[in-house]
Ligand binder design. Structure first.
Ligand code: ADP
Ligand code: MG
Length: 362
């Protein structure tokens, strides 16, 4: 059993948060694991997490602590999950992706491109008896519908469960990947096709949950054993209350539906951390269904709570910090996923399907 790790990242103050005012910032006495948070009504509150990152923390610092141990485990067939949570504009996508993953500044690269890089580095350095098969799927959950980000024709996928595969998204495109560059190209294409809708808080804000799944299958050429690790990388939609963003009509409906997935996530976390409760409402939303194993199940999971340091966002930040505090109590049961499979046959099938698709589209 291991607890979910919860980290917090405060981004720098931005121009509209009046950084010149002495009371602009609401965090004090901070160190690597804790800080005092000042809120108008509640006074000074102390928060403690597995790790706290501040404005001077680099993308590389965040990756090394939040993601690298999970990637190493996933290469060893232990499932892993990394989730970014927080209000719109708090730095979720910056942390998960950074600027353009193919062409952006190297130092600013986020978790996804760094994960891609380290997977292929680890493969290069692995034992000669290990063969790896890497696959990528990407979906977004938008208005409780699952859209395939790697194939726009698939706009209403369903979550299924069976004995062999566990929980999976039926029909989601899975692409076999052979290099870091191929991975980055697909990831960038995937995030570019996410549904976006501006709100007052952030004109480029994404109103959907984006789930990337990297499957790492490893076979040993000597003893023919096969192991599989799944790595979920999840960039959630903004957690802010609807009123604040001043949306109406379709957008309001959208905000409510988005909040349905997020409130289901909150309810799942509450159920998992309340001693008496035995029913965990995973089935209440697409998001919690997909993340079922990541929350209280077979996965090593880290939640990265992204926050604005500004006093003007204190209420939302406090709600994010409380969400993180609750999530810290969740216990997971990660294990090595050994299986008896025929990965080379599966791969042949996958490759020939990919070839067929290519021919069809020509
Ligand atoms: P979210 O995905 O949570 O809505 P973004 O990641 O898009 O928020 O961040 C909002 C803005 O703040 C972006 O312009 C982003 O580049 C910037 N930003 C976020 N975090 C940082 C950081 N740690 N350092 C510098 N800029 C950041
Ligand atoms: Mg975002």
């Amino acid at each position: 059993m291991s607890n979910i790790a919860v980290c917090v990242r405060f981004r720098p103050l931005i121009a509209r948060e009046t950084p010149h005012r002495p009371d602009a910032c609401c965090i004090h006495q901070f160190n690597n694991e804790s800080f005092l948070f000042k809120e108008e009504k509640e006074g000074n509150l102390e928060f403690v997490f597995d790790r706290v990152f501040y404005e001077y923390s680099s993308q590389s610092d965040v990756f090394e602590f939040v993601a690298m141990p999970i990637v190493r485990d996933a290469m060893n067939a232990i499932n892993g999950t990394i989730i970014t949570y927080g209000q719109t504009g708090a730095g979720k996508t910056f942390s998960m992706e950074g600027p353009n993953m193919l062409m952006g500044d190297r130092d600013l690269k986020g978790i996804l491109p760094r994960v891609s890089e380290s997977i292929f580095k680890l493969i290069d350095n692995a034992d000669a008896t290990c063969e790896f098969i890497i696959k990528l799927s990407m979906v977004e959950i938008y208005m409780e519908k699952i859209r395939d980000l790697l194939d726009s024709r698939k706009d209403n996928l369903q979550v299924k469960e069976d004995k062999v595969r566990g929980i999976f998204i039926a029909g989601a495109t899975e692409i076999y990947i052979q290099s870091e560059r191929e991975m980055l190209q697909l990831l960038e294409a995937g995030v570019t096709s996410r549904a976006v809708g501006g709100t007052q808080m952030n004109s480029e804000s994404s109103r959907s949950h984006c789930v990337s799944l990297i499957t790492i299958q490893q076979s040993n050429t000597e003893d023919r054993s096969v192991k599989t690790g799944k790595l979920f990388l999840v960039d959630l939609a903004g957690s802010e209350k609807v009123e604040k963003t001043g949306v109406e009509g379709k957008l309001l409906n959208e905000a409510k539906t988005i909040n349905k997935s997020l409130s289901a996530l909150g309810n799942v976390i509450n159920a998992l951390t309340t001693e008496k409760s035995c029913h965990v409402p995973y089935r209440d939303s697409k998001l919690t269904r997909i993340l079922q194993e990541s929350l209280g199940g077979n996965s090593r999971t880290t939640l990265l709570c992204c926050c604005s340091p500004s006093s003007s966002n204190a209420t939302e930040t406090l709600s994010t910090l409380r969400f993180g505090t609750r999530a810290k109590q969740i216990k997971n049961k990660p294990k090595i996923n050994a299986e008896r499979g025929r990965p080379e046959l599966e791969l042949l099938l996958l490759k020939s399907e990919q070839e067929c698709e290519k021919l069809k589209s020509q």
